[in-house]
Design a protein around this ligand. Structure first.
Ligand code: ADP
Length: 530
């Protein structure tokens, strides 16, 4: 009797019914979270700001779910799935939730990595289980976040006869999505930020028929997103949403939500009754540059060196046509940086060569100033040099912008072909290296030229920096006079305030997205000494 009682006890524990979550036998069950009609999903399209194109696409999916007959009566098939592609934090999950909220259907949410477990065969079984559950609740939406965890392209070589768990999971997913069994009414939304590495079979029509691009928000979208997140925040009239949106280029929706929250926390810390403009500025600074570290010990000599470096950036960028307009320069250590210059990058879809050269020149301004005015150079420019080298390499090898090797692009957007071998000869490699050095040297000389020309202004700027630690556009303007060129963002705003519509830009194929090189994210140019 004791033995049998013990056996029952063990079996109960293993099947997990004994109050515990999941025993050995439930390992193959899907871990999807279900949000039902009366569940906590109350997200609607109103909560999703901007993203108008993506919204139009998904609104159609809502229509399919609400009114399938309208489409099937004409012989059309309801699409099986849509893939939301875009950088992290741009609102893919939010969009999927809004679809479920609008269509008022159950919503299964899980992440691609939830399929993966150390046991072989578990992934496939979880996929089966997920679809079984979904079919029971149809019409419904299944949302798989980070689908690249399972959907990565299958390898050509079977790896030494081993059973590849991820491939099995993917195969099961493929069959479930377009197998013999019909799963009418189940629409699969998946999100990824790397559509290029997904298996081709997954992307073909009949599975994820639609790819919806969810990009980083532009200026107007950022204003809209700020307005959504400011709804619950007590602000006062000092806040100007438009300026805030202009100060946050390259921010995703999640970053903007973070700024609003951080600003509220900062205001609360200072016992304010409402959140003011300054709190938002501090929040933006903190998110871009990291926490201020006033306690970091820097000697006077180091301080002077950092001031000269940062003033170098400011001076050079002020006198270049395409360099991003300066917002402020500080020599208060922040995050890993010892000093930083804040810029307002332009909202550009395509970047002309001159703009890249100007950016390179202003980035080199720090090192050039050290050499000219200190007489020695330091490790402070390491971060600048890294960026300049990458940019120069991209210009020569990806954008075909060098005079010696024009119109050549060795960038492989599929990320699969070149692998370890290079697609060019040794000779060509030498040419590329030579061109990269030439570009950088030319811009370095140009930066030095500008600094020599405005040496006294630079000195004044550096002195102000040492005494005040932070300087703003106004101070630079006082020293050098107003900047000759208006920023493009200003022009866009000016033309928007006029009654006529904005001219639509001609369709030009986008440059390959080499994130570091075309990244518009606001950069705190760090003098990275750590
Ligand atoms: P991901 O694209 O990584 O799935 P999420 O959808 O999870 O990003 O977005 C994270 C958060 O960012 C959301 O909860 C929301 O608060 C905010 N957010 C992102 N995009 C938007 C947007 N377009 N409108 C409003 N809020 C947004």
């Amino acid at each position: 009797v004791l033995l049998i009682a013990f056996w029952f006890f063990i079996m109960k524990r293993m099947s997990g019914k004994d109050g515990g979550s999941g025993g050995v036998f439930s390992v193959g069950k899907s871990k999807a979270k279900i949000f039902d009609k009366d569940g906590p999903i109350q997200v609607t399209f109103k909560d999703v700001a901007g993203l108008s194109e993506a919204k139009t696409e998904v609104e159609e999916i809502v229509e399919f779910l609400k009114n399938p007959k309208r489409y099937t009566d004409l012989g059309g098939k309801i699409p099986k799935g849509a893939l939301l592609v875009g950088p992290p934090g741009t609102g893919k999950t939010l969009l999927a939730k809004a679809v479920a909220g609008e269509a008022n259907v159950p919503f299964f949410s899980m992440s691609g990595s939830d399929f993966v477990e150390m046991f072989v065969g578990v992934g496939a079984s979880r996929v089966r289980d997920l679809f079984r559950q979904a079919k029971e609740k149809a019409p419904c939406i299944v949302f798989i976040d980070e689908i690249d965890a399972v959907g990565r392209a299958r390898g050509k070589k079977p790896n030494m006869g081993a059973n590849d768990e991820r491939e099995n999971t993917l195969n099961q997913l493929l069959t479930e999505m377009d197998g013999f069994g019909s799963n009418s009414g189940v629409i699969i939304l998946a999100a990824t930020n790397r559509a290029d590495i997904l298996d081709k079979a997954l992307l073909r029509a009949g599975r994820f028929d639609r790819q919806i691009y969810v990009d980083l928000p532009d200026l107007n979208d950022r204003v809209a997103i700020f307005n959504v997140h400011l709804r619950n925040i007590k602000t006062d009239e000092s806040l100007d949403v438009e300026t805030l949106a202009r100060q946050t280029p390259g921010f995703s929706g999640a970053d903007i939500a973070n700024v609003c929250n951080e600003a509220a926390l900062i205001a609360a810390r200072h016992n304010k009754s409402s959140v003011q403009r300054q709190d938002f500025n501090d929040a933006v600074d903190r998110i871009i540059g990291g926490l201020e570290k006033r306690s970091k010990i820097t000697t006077d000599e180091e301080k002077r060196s950092i001031a000269i470096h940062e003033a170098g950036h400011a001076t050079v960028s002020w006198h270049l046509r395409y360099a991003s307009p300066l917002i402020k320069v500080t020599i208060v250590p922040r995050g890993k940086a010892l000093g930083a210059a804040w810029y307002l990058p332009e909202e550009r879809q395509i970047t002309p060569t001159e703009a890249l050269l100007d950016e390179m020149c202003s980035t080199l301004g720090g090192r050039a100033a050290e050499e000219l005015f200190l007489g020695h150079i330091s490790t402070g420019a390491a971060n600048d040099l890294e960026r300049v080298t990458k940019l120069a390499y991209a210009m020569v090898a990806y954008y075909g912008m060098s005079s010696k090797l024009p119109n050549l692009c060795y960038y492989d957007s599929t990320g699969q072909q070149y692998g370890l071998s290079k697609p060019y000869s040794e000779e060509r490699a030498k040419d590329i290296d030579a061109e990269v050095s030439r570009l950088i040297n030319e811009q370095y000389e140009r930066a030095k030229q500008i600094l020599k020309q405005y040496a006294s202004g630079h000195g004044e700027l550096a002195d102000t920096l040492i005494s005040r630690e932070v300087i703003f556009t106004e101070d630079v303007e006082r020293i050098f006079g107003p900047r000759q060129w208006k920023s493009r963002t200003d022009e866009i705003f000016a033309s928007q305030n006029e009654p006529k519509a904005l001219p639509t830009p001609p369709a030009i194929p986008a440059l390959p997205d080499v994130s570091e090189e075309t990244d518009n994210t606001p950069k705190a140019e760090s003098t990275d000494n750590d």
